[in-house]
Design a protein. Sequence first.
Length: 75
Amino acid sequence: MPVKEMPFSEEQLGKKLDRCASDTIIKGSGGLIIGSVMSLIFFKRRVWPAWLGTGFGVGVAYSTCENNLSSLKSI
């Protein structure tokens, strides 16, 4: 009797989650850097542009991760 194949493997899930984690770190850091530069140049060293940039970066990473994981379920 053949074994029923799972729709996705743990290895694929692990790779996607690793990619999500690294993407979140990269995009969050990029947003922090861009927000900090904007804060220094335009906003007289306020803190909120750095937080806003970090939030946008993490939000974009979350959206990308959600799309990648939902495409894994449809395989």
